[in-house]
Design a protein around this ligand. Structure first.
Ligand code: SF4
Ligand code: SF4
Length: 322
């Protein structure tokens, strides 16, 4: 079979997804036997003009990691879509907004003011904010526009495949690579990982229990064999797509939900709130309030990786702290 033509690019993310490709270890050598990289600037000396110069539809697969926050990233997403027959959202940020998506808890104006005027280490007496065009003696300088909110890749252009995780585990990456580059790739749209939720692959005992108190992991002496939710610790396993091998849980840490919603179209935060409601023993309002007082950051807990894709409309503007 002829080698597949691939491009990988990176938008608003930490770069961990691209590093995770290297974490596949010696498998990366097999990847090079199956595919040819036409664009992968994080690993090889490519420039944007290399991608721009390819004929439309030339690439078998374009992979984009990171969410979309600037006009430059939006242009990159459209360019990669045009050059690729199939587009892959690679990692939680591209799929659902990821950690950068939590910036949708505030406004663009607040972010710019905080970063460029208020941070104690910033000296900016004129209160100058970045401009998209600046005139200097040598000519004009351009910066990308900082968009009003963080978007997922599929809110910008059509996506064929989702590879979940923050970052995706090497096993998930390799499953995606072998299926996509093989003879019979799955029909799009398709999300890799397991279709079952994480609890299905969690090795812990799950005796039915009712909880009266929520606990934070650092304040709890956890039993390493029992379900974390049943010990009062919020673990997003019931609402999260499986496929990671329950790696945090095996390290006695709750799942934070980085593999995203278990089922397509499902709201991860709402599903987790429902799962929690089912085991909370408190039924009186006063008891419930007491139980929930330990819930210090509900959005960061239930929507940590998926706020831009959520039923909350992609953003919630929180009141400013005084
Ligand atoms: S809630 Fe967490 S700890 Fe409990 S079974 Fe599910 S994944 Fe395991
Ligand atoms: S256990 Fe949860 S947070 Fe940890 S890697 Fe798996 S999906 Fe991600």
């Amino acid at each position: 079979m002829a080698k597949r033509k691939l491009a990988m690019a990176w938008a608003a993310g930490c770069g961990g997804c691209e590093v995770a490709v290297l974490d596949t270890g010696e498998k990366i050598l097999s990847l090079l036997e199956l595919a040819e990289f036409e664009f992968w600037p994080v690993a090889l000396d490519f420039k944007l003009k290399d991608l721009q110069g390819l004929p439309d539809g030339y690439l078998d697969f374009g992979w984009l990691s990171g969410a979309i926050r600037t006009s430059e990233q939006e242009e990159l997403a459209h360019l990669l879509r045009r050059k690729s027959r199939k587009l892959v959202a690679f990692g939680a940020c591209a799929c659902w907004g990821g950690i950068p998506g939590l910036a949708n808890l505030t406004t663009r104006e607040r972010i710019l003011a905080r970063v460029f005027k208020e941070i104690p280490s910033v000296e900016n007496p004129g209160g100058v904010l970045p401009r998209t065009v600046s005139r200097v003696p040598e000519g004009e300088l351009y910066l990308p526009e900082f968009s009003p909110r963080v978007l997922t890749l599929d809110q910008v252009t059509a996506v064929d495949y989702l590879i979940p995780g923050c970052p995706p585990r090497p096993e998930t990456i390799w499953e995606a690579v072998s299926l996509l580059l093989g003879e019979n790739p799955p029909a799009p749209p398709h999300a890799f990982g397991s279709r079952r939720n994480l609890c299905a692959e969690c090795p812990r005992e799950k005796p039915p229990a009712a909880i009266t108190e929520l606990a934070r992991v650092q304040h709890t002496n956890l039993d390493g064999n029992r379900c974390l939710v049943e010990q009062g610790v919020i673990c997003l396993g019931p609402a999260t797509r499986g496929g990671c091998g329950a790696r945090c849980i095996k390290a006695n840490m709750p799942c934070r939900g980085c593999y995203g919603p278990a089922e397509e179209g499902e709201d991860q935060g709402a599903k987790m709130i429902g799962a929690l409601a089912a085991v909370l023993a408190a039924r009186e309002e006063a008891d419930l309030e007491k139980t929930l007082q330990h819930l210090v950051d509900p959005v960061g807990l239930f929507y940590r990786f998926c706020l831009p894709a959520s039923i909350l409309g992609g953003s919630i503007i929180m009141p400013e702290k005084k």
